[in-house]
Design a protein around this ligand. Structure first.
Ligand code: ADP
Ligand code: MG
Length: 332
């Protein structure tokens, strides 16, 4: 902000119009008094936090209207998703999220929209005890950029580091969010699949719990096929997936034929599940942990020699269309 200058924070606007300061004060400034790790929050030139022991982990993701969500997406879902996609990145590293900043570009200041957006953002922030400590508010096309900061005491999970023979797992179910996007295009927002697209639940707790077991990890944002290939490439391997082992939700099975289920599970993005590997020497300990934990994880294949993603249906190699989403693919 460069046009206003204030000595009292939060400044109270003289006019009844919703100005930049009003937006920040009314919708994004919350009491963080209980958070002793926040030395300076919203209202100064920068936030100051106390990370404590361990290392700092940072990620940032931008959501653009019409690119990352349909233009008709409810404001509450945009607020939720903007934070969720970032939490998912920290989950994939096994980190604990703590603070977020929010850069918001809005075509106009609509109080109802902002209230819903903030409700979606803070509902999820509260689940993970994430505090909003700063941001920027500008006029422009609708675009939401959240930066997340977290901490990690020990080694992060990484995309690389696993090897041939490590088992490949995925959390939850895959394909639901992409299926949900189709429901949204039919204006069926209440459908459980549409809700999976609108309100993804990042696997923050699972990511932290996987640190003793996983040899590599990635979150699924662009589709299982694409993201598993990224993990495998970082490990210098290929990967083999058993189609019959893919975890598919009852809702997905109810709506689509088998080929379409596989297509959505492999190519559909936005699930924000974790895809990770377990080395043979950790398998027994991991199996024991799986039994006593309530976390939904499914073994779907393994890392193999080479660089390809091989799809198997039981013992048969099958050819299926697959490719993840690439923002610049059409430019090539
Ligand atoms: P500056 O001009 O120094 O960049 P601003 O006037 O833009 O600061 O912002 C004032 C304060 O409000 C800063 O602490 C900033 O981090 C915070 N802020 C601005 N926009 C947001 C937002 N959308 N969400 C949370 N905090 C925000
Ligand atoms: Mg400043």
């Amino acid at each position: 902000m460069s046009t206003a200058c204030s000595t009292n924070w939060p400044p109270r606007g003289a006019s009844s119009m919703l100005g930049e300061f009003d937006i920040i004060r009314r919708f994004f400034t919350r009491d963080v008094g209980a958070r002793h790790d926040i030395l300076v929050g919203i209202g100064d030139d920068a936030a100051v936090v106390e990370p404590g022991a361990g290392v700092l982990v940072a990620a940032v993701d931008a959501l653009v209207d019409g690119v990352h969500f349909p233009v008709s997406t409810p404001a509450r879902a945009i607020g939720h998703r903007a934070l969720a996609v970032n939490l998912s990145d920290l989950a994939a590293m096994g980190a604990t999220p703590r603070w977020a900043t929010l850069a918001l570009s809005l075509p106009h200041a609509d109080a109802n929209w902002l209230a819903d957006f903030a409700a979606g953002f803070f509902e999820l922030a509260d689940v993970h005890d994430v505090a909003l400590i700063g941001g920027d508010t500008v006029r422009g096309p609708l675009q939401v950029t959240v930066q997340i900061l977290g901490v990690l005491d020990g080694q992060p999970l990484r995309r690389g580091g696993a090897g041939v023979g490590h088992a490949v797992y995925v959390s939850g179910s895959v394909g639901d969010a992409a299926a949900g996007l189709r429901m949204l295009s039919r204006d069926n927002l209440a459908h459980p699949l549409a809700q999976r697209f609108l309100y993804p639940q990042p696997r923050v707790e699972l990511g932290q719990q996987l640190r003793p077991f996983a040899s590599a990890c990635i979150d699924i944002s662009d589709g299982l096929a694409c993201d598993l290939q990224r993990l495998a490439a970082a490990c210098g391997c290929g990967a083999r997936i058993q189609l019959e082992q893919l975890p598919l939700s009852a809702a997905l099975r109810a709506e689509f034929g088998v080929d379409e289920q596989h297509y959505l599970a492999l190519n559909g993005g936005d699930d924000y599940e974790l895809c990770f590997t377990v080395a043979p020497d950790k398998q027994q300990a991991f199996n024991a942990w799986c039994k006593q934990s309530a976390q939904p994880v499914t073994c779907i294949g393994s890392l193999v020699e080479g660089a390809a993603l091989v799809l198997m249906d039981h013992a048969e190699i099958v050819a299926r269309p697959w490719s993840g989403f690439d923002h610049f693919a059409e430019d090539e």
